[in-house]
Structure formats: C-alpha cells, structure tokens
Design a protein around this ligand. Structure first.
Ligand SMILES: Nc1ncnc2c1ncn2[C@@H]1O[C@H](COP(=O)(O)OP(=O)(O)O)[C@@H](O)[C@H]1O
Ligand SMILES: [Mg+2]
Length: 135
C-alpha cells in the first residue's frame, strides 16, 4: 500500500500514469471516493499511461467506455446510474472482467456481486490541500 498526496489534477494524472505501467491483462481496478474526488481524472491518467490516444470522457450515461488503442484494452465503468445489479448482468458487464484487458470501475458498490474475486483498489480522498490517493 502506498499513499500519495496531489495538489492538482495534473499531479493525479501523473500518479495514475505511473500506476498504469504496473497493470496487466485481466486486472480490475476499483476506483473509490466520493463524487468529485478525482476518480475520472485518475482513469484519464491510466489511459494516458496505457498509451490511449483518444479522448477519455466520463461514462456516466453510457456506463462503460472502451479504449482499445493502448498497450492493453481499457474499459472504464461508471456504475453510479446503473439501476440494479440484475440490469448490469443483463447488459453483460461481467464479460469485461475476463476479456483480457484492464477494467477501471467507478461506483463498484453498485455492481458488488458481479465483480471478480481478485481486484486492485485505488481510494481517493479530498483533503484540505488536495487529494490523498491510496494505491
Ligand atoms: N489533486 C487533484 N486530483 C484530481 N482532481 C482534482 C485535484 N484537484 C482538483 N481536482 C478537480 O476535481 C475534479 C474531479 O472530478 P472527477 O475526476 O470527475 O471526479 P469523480 O470521477 O471522482 O466524481 C476535477 O474537476 C478536477 O479538476
Ligand atoms: Mg467520475
């Protein structure tokens, strides 16, 4: 476990970019933290670290955005608005976890029973001076 403190979006992008270099095919990373903590910023940094060239946007309404032009396929989930686990299961969310890429999951609480057994966790907390990122 390591804790980093960042004072800008760019610093968080850099931590995430370095973290991305450690990722392997099949990794699922749960991005925890309240609304506005910086989960999507972190996901953008991971994409950058994997060499994704396309623009990364929040999958708030699409639930899952795919980026397949990097070192590994990247699937970025935002489960905030997923209505139920049954709904997510019906959409085939589980298939992504065993598809040989990297899955980043925001609001994974909402699909708890669909998650694989082995996950990595990134927790982001707002502090007075910035963000605390626990890897
Ligand atoms: N140190 C920091 N790290 C990440 N984001 C930061 C930081 N400081 C300020 N921000 C801002 O906080 C917001 C985080 O938004 P976002 O990543 O969409 O949050 P989440 O996905 O967790 O809801 C962005 O507007 C970003 O510019
Ligand atoms: Mg987000």
């Amino acid at each position: 476990m390591a804790v980093f403190v960042t004072h800008s979006e760019e610093e968080t992008l850099q931590i995430a970019e370095a973290f991305a270099k450690t990722l392997e095919a099949g990794d699922t990373v749960l991005l925890g933290g309240e609304m506005g903590a910086g989960k999507t910023v972190f996901a953008k940094g991971v994409a950058r670290g994997l060499g994704v060239r396309s623009e990364v946007t929040s999958p708030t309404y699409a639930y899952i955005n795919s980026y397949e032009d990097g070192r590994l396929p990247l699937w970025h989930f935002d489960c905030y608005r997923v209505p139920s686990e049954a709904y997510a299961r019906a959409l085939g969310f589980e298939e992504y976890f065993s598809a040989g890429g990297v899955c980043l999951v925001e609001w994974s609480e909402n699909i708890a029973t669909l998650l694989p057994e082995k996950v990595k966790r990134v927790q982001i907390r707002k502090t007075e001076s910035g963000r605390e990122i626990e890897l």
